[in-house]
Design a protein around this ligand. Structure first.
Ligand SMILES: C[S@@+](CC[C@H](N)C(=O)[O-])C[C@H]1O[C@@H](n2cnc3c(N)ncnc32)[C@H](O)[C@@H]1O
Length: 262
C-alpha cells in the first residue's frame, strides 16, 4: 500500500482512539463515517486496523475523486446511497466521524442509520462544532454562521474581514469580494449548524453519551514536546471543565456514545 497523505491533528487523535480501542478489542471492525477522501482509513489500514469508510460525497469537495485515485473507493470505502450505508445491521464495533455532523441535513436519520450498523454495546465517536462555536471553521470567519443567510450585513462583514487577511480556504478567489460571495454560498449550501440542546436531544434518542473534550485537549497538547506542564495544570479542580467549555466555543464537541447492549 502507498504512503497515505499526512493526517491533520484531529484525525491523528481519532486514529489514536481507534488504535487504543483495537488494543482492548483485537480485530474490532471500525467504520469512518463521512470519511471524505479516506486519509484516515488509509492510515489505519497501514497500521493493520480493520477500518472501512463510507460517505455521501457531497458536491462541496473533491473527496470522491481523491478516494478513487487512492484506489479506496469500492474497496475499503463505499458510497452511501439514499441515506443508507451498504452494511448489514450490527456490523461495527466502533464508528468514528470527524467534522461530518455539521454537514448532515437530517441528524436524526443519520444517527438512526449509524445505530443500525453499530453492534450492540458498540461505540460512536463524534467530533463536530455546534452553532455556538465562535469561528466558522470552514471559511475561518468568526460569527459568519450566526448571521442571517443572504443578508447584506453578513456579506459586507465577511468581505471586510477577508480584506484584513482573515479567512481560510485552499482555493483562492481573484478578489476578496468574490471570496466572500463564494465562501458564504458554500457554508449556506453545505453546513447545518445546530444548538447543543438539539444535538444532545437527538443523540439521546439512540445512544448514551458523554463529552470527552479533555481527552482531545490532552492529546493536542502532548502532540508537541514541552507542553506536559500545561497538561498537569489542567488536572487542577475546575480547570478541566473550564478548558472544556472554552474549547467547545473555539473548536468543537467531542462526543463519546454507546449503543445499548442487547
Ligand atoms: C469536512 S469533510 C470531513 C471529511 C473527513 N471526515 C475528514 O476528517 O477529513 C465532511 C464530509 O462529510 C460528508 N458528508 C456530508 N453529509 C453526509 C451524510 N449525510 N452522510 C455521510 N457523510 C456526509 C461529506 O461528503 C464530506 O466528505
Amino acid at each position: 500500500m502507498t504512503h497515505p497523505p499526512p493526517l491533520d491533528v484531529t484525525n491523528r487523535f481519532v486514529l489514536d482512539f481507534a488504535r487504543r480501542f483495537e488494543e482492548r478489542r483485537p480485530g474490532a471492525r471500525i467504520l469512518d463515517y463521512g470519511c471524505g477522501a479516506g486519509r484516515l482509513v488509509h492510515a489505519a489500514l497501514r497500521e493493520g486496523l480493520s477500518m472501512e469508510g463510507t460517505d455521501v460525497f457531497y458536491a462541496g469537495s473533491r473527496a470522491r475523486e481523491e478516494a478513487t485515485e487512492a484506489g479506496l473507493l469500492g474497496g475499503a470505502i463505499h458510497e452511501m446511497m439514499e441515506g443508507r450505508m451498504p452494511y448489514a445491521s450490527n456490523s461495527f464495533d466502533l464508528i468514528v466521524n470527524n467534522q461530518v455532523m455539521e454537514h448532515v441535513e437530517d441528524l436524526d436519520a443519520v444517527l438512526r442509520e449509524i445505530h443500525r450498523v453499530l453492534k450492540p454495546g458498540g461505540t460512536l465517536l463524534s467530533l463536530f462544532p455546534a452553532v455556538d462555536v465562535f469561528r466558522e471553521g470552514h471559511i475561518g470567519i468568526p460569527f459568519s454562521h450566526w448571521m442571517k443567510k443572504g443578508s447584506r450585513f453578513r456579506f459586507l462583514y465577511t468581505w471586510a474581514l477577508r480584506s484584513l487577511g482573515l479567512g481560510t480556504w485552499k482555493e483562492q478567489a481573484p478578489t476578496c469580494r468574490q471570496w466572500a460571495i463564494d465562501k458564504l454560498e458554500w457554508i449556506d449550501r453545505f453546513t447545518v449548524y445546530r444548538s447543543r440542546r438539539e444535538i444532545f436531544a437527538t443523540y439521546d434518542r439512540y445512544f448514551s453519551s458523554t463529552l470527552i473534550e479533555e481527552r482531545y485537549i490532552r492529546y493536542r497538547l502532548l502532540d508537541r514536546p514541552g507542553r506536559e506542564w500545561v497538561v498537569k495544570l489542567l488536572r487542577l479542580p475546575l480547570l478541566t471543565p473550564l478548558a472544556k467549555a472554552v474549547f467547545r466555543k473555539l473548536a468543537f464537541l467531542v462526543i463519546l456514545s454507546q449503543k445499548e447492549s442487547r
